[in-house]
Ligand binder design. Sequence first.
Ligand SMILES: *[C@@H]1O[C@H](CO)[C@@H](O)[C@H](O)[C@H]1NC(C)=O
Length: 653
Amino acid sequence: MWLFLCMLRNVLFLKFCPILFPVFLNFLTVSHCLTDASTRGTAMVPKLALDVISCEVVRVLQLTDSCIVPISYQVPRKSSGQEFHDDLYPDTVGTTPAMSAEEWWKGGNKQVDKVSLHPDKRPKPAAKPTPVKKELPRGESKEDQPHGCSTSSSPLSTPSSTAAPSRSPSSTSGLSSGFLPSPSQSVKAIQSMLGPTSKFRHIQGAVMHRDKHITNIRNLNLTTPGECDGFCVNRQRVAVPLAIAGGQIAVFERSGPGRQPDTALPTIQNSVNVADLSWDPFDTHRLAVAGDDAKIRMWQVPEGGLKETLTEPKLVLQGHTEKIYSIKFHPLASGVLVSSSYDLTVRLWNLESGEQVKILTGHQDQVFGMAWSPDGKLLATVCKDGKVRIYDPRKSTAPVQEGPGPEGHRGARVVWVCDGKYLLVSGFDSRSERVLYLFSADSLSSGPVANAALNVSPSTLIPFYDPDTSVVILTGKGDTRVYIYELVPEDPYFIECSSFNSPEPHKGLAFLPKTECNVRDVEIAVGLMLTKTTIEPVAFRVPRVKKEFFQDDMYPDTAVWWEPALTASAWLSGSNGQHKKLGLKPKDMTPVSEAPKEAPVRKYLPSSVYLEEKTDEQKKEELLSAMVAKLGNMDDPLPQESFEGVDDEEWDD
Ligand SMILES: *[C@@H]1O[C@H](CO)[C@@H](O)[C@H](O)[C@H]1NC(C)=O
């Protein structure tokens, strides 16, 4: 919050670090930036808030008549985004006062200590919370892009850019101001800048300890088709396609991490190339493998894992006339599988009887992705023909809804979010930029309600959605960056959280059941990351202060999705089911909502403190107090929340 207050003071301070200036400025991606809007003020973001890993050396916030535009200056370095370049970042002046007022009055003279900008050596902030400091959730985000400027190598438009601002606070209507031309517009601009904050905004991904890695994996097939996630995991084991003739698949037991022997391992011999593969969610031993030969083979891994090579599938599903794109198990009914194929049909299979039970039609081109609705009634698809569709497969073989999907032809995925109210589609726009689209599930035809453009990169972002927190984690095969958003069912829909970068490009990231999360470390998702030769667990943790308490606001009872709610035949004959729910609180922990409350921190000072210009003092004060009150309202009443904006201690490594 102090950043925008700083701008309201209309201070213009544009200074470049004298050491950086002569040497590096010529090499910045863009050395000047022209915007069509006129500038009302500028302010520089503190050094400690810069994205040093992306070689950002300066970030200026520009105030225009209607918005605040972050302008980022990055030095184009080869390994930008991967490592800290210490030559760009000499130690900088820290934020801990060198002395008290009293000491200074008494004649003391001291320098403020310098601190390193290296992400691993960041100083611990002073424990004393300052009442007005509040983080800028999106302003702080790594690659926010000013409209009309190409100032960084990896553009990102403000996630909420297409969402119509719906909040026009009535408390400020009718106000006018000398230097803020249209109060309601400015309030909107400032709010869209500050946004509602996500309590997951400081989420951290971390590769778990080496002793949990599976290493020395040989001959992985690293060129699986775009519709395939690359590998698949369950609580007990991991299946990975190998680059050995005959469509071989390796199976690794999670209970036996460590270095794999140099000798050949027993495998599943699928006999034809693997197009897609998936564990049965209700049977950790059963693997479905879609092949290049239009067949789906069901394999049964024996108790304890593969001891010898399997050559005989338990069941072969035949019906498709061409190669398969992808397969998806039903989320509630055991033994229901859906497949999409180059023959442009989507087929439903009953694994109890081994039969094909439905053929869904309507696709005009490659089916990029499919997803079952959380209630198991509907199937959504995204297709290269530019359409997003919803089927009600028990009622009709034709789609019940259709709408305009991504224009780009590189690939796409779909997932149901926000209790099945929305579909999140990750795809490409016509300029091959990766974009996330959110569709209202009951009006596909009206097009996306919001979107978020990310960057230009060839691989499709594969989403993992956690319904308990409404956090979506996205990454593409071959990427290093893992994007994280909180999704909310109203404007601004996408709230960007901090992202995770894997040390080297990974080949896939697949997630485990919620029960694998260590709630004592506030893990909200645990995935397995496939690299060229290893499988490494990655935990996504939310930094919290009072970790001795169970963070019950993070952990509502979770769906036991690994147990079926009904049988294939019951579902096919029209029944529906629901998963049981499971509480995650360990017996010996107290919920943080029952923790003794702290005295509330006073959230703001009178606005007059920050205003030096006096054109229409009264009105400005009203405006500011209204904004501050708005911000105050967004705060979560839980005690740990009041720490989040100020106590960054927990999110340093
Ligand atoms: C890897 O899998 C793909 C897809 O099935 C296949 O086309 C390719 O030939 C495989 N690569 C090797 C080296 O076996």
